[in-house]
Ligand binder design. Sequence first.
Ligand code: SDX
Length: 430
Amino acid sequence: MHKATKATLTIGDTTIELPVLTGTEGERTIDISALRKQTGMTTFDPGYVNTAACQSAITFLDGEKGILRHRGYPIEQLVKECEFVEVAYLLVHGALPDKRQREDFSSKLNRHSMLHEDMRFFFRNYPERAHPMAILSSMAISLSTFCPEVEEMDVDAQVDEAMTTLLSQLRTIAAFSYRKFEGKPFVYPDHKLRYCENLLKMMFDSPVEPYELDPVLVRAMNALLIIHADHEQNCSTSAVRLVGSSGANLFASIAAGICALWGPKHGGANQAVIEMLEGIRRDGLKVSDVVTRAKAKDNPFRLMGFGHRVYKTYDPRARIAKKLCDQVLERLGIKDPLLDIALELEQAALADDYFVERKLYPNVDFYTGIVFRAMGIPTDMFTVMFAIGRLPGWIAHWIEWMNDPYQRIGRPRQLYVGPVTQDVVPLAKR
Ligand code: SDX
């Protein structure tokens, strides 16, 4: 981070100078951390639309150009060249692993992948059809009760133990929550399999119908997890950082991230997209009418999987997911009518002035559900898949934040607009 220039701010008779910080990609931000001390004023920015809450060296986004890079590597190259485990390593450790490092990391993840046997019984008590995101978030925090030593460890040791446990066991929990949802027996991880192979096998294997791993689907699962792996200061990552800033451990911070991800404006949008497309097909709606409804000010409905806080052009991950739709559907010989509706919807929205003026394009969630669905993953599990992909990103941000010299407890200010002082009237007189 570079501090070269200053911004001048004049409020009435007072003029102050504020440092302007420049990042490695030339982005500039005004450091207002001393503003209140100097002027008595705060800044007002609901939804943090304009606030850089931290410095970060993990992910770079250019929302105008549609660029996404992790540690400098373009997302397209990472999808083409890497397994998910390599991208997880890159995010957390800062560099791509060599062959030996990748194998060490993979076997470490495999060694950690068994759940404590007592945790299996937790699944029994969730009601049938419990939403897998509810199970995932409560299991993430439950995991910490089986690793009480993390509280005692220093950040580095805590990170290594907790990170490995989370990466390998949340995947097992995700698969088990799916089996619970389906009312099927749990399938244990197999040490001979790689990360995504194990995930597919744990979800789909059956004692009566063994699951054959298909390299195209394994590749697609790797790509899907990679495109979800990190996205700088999104809502769930900010939740992880905020909870971590109080000194809460990594498990607690990740559980908060999972809860934040669940909402339909964030990761829950992948489920909402398929529900929207299914609704269009079921009710025989015209795509043009759906677009009209999404524009109406007096209607809360919005086109799910469209729009983004940062991207004002096509989300590069949506482009990758769209290609994956073709590859996976072709491989499985599936013709999904929802894909045709999605393509028609995209075309109609991108030609509409409302969407053009507001620069609303498909985001990561628009096409991923069609791929998950083709692979046999039920709609309720889509956001869980997003969470498994996002896990290394959350962990990397938590580690970075814990080691950041600027780190302080997260505590925004407010502009109070409630009643001024009033006296309490005793209950008898109210
Ligand atoms: C993710 O932040 C990240 O990086 C997130 C993510 C990640 O990897 O972590 O990329 C993952 O969360 C993707 C987003 C998934 N959500 C959806 O697909 C839900 C539908 N989209 C939106 O609700 C919305 O676009 C958001 C939540 C994604 C962004 O919200 P913003 O930045 O607060 O934008 P906004 O709601 O203020 O929208 C600006 C304008 C408004 O119109 P005006 O009031 O100016 O007239 O655009 C309109 C909005 O009404 N608008 C839409 C729309 N999205 C925005 N209109 C119709 N359909 C939409 N989808």
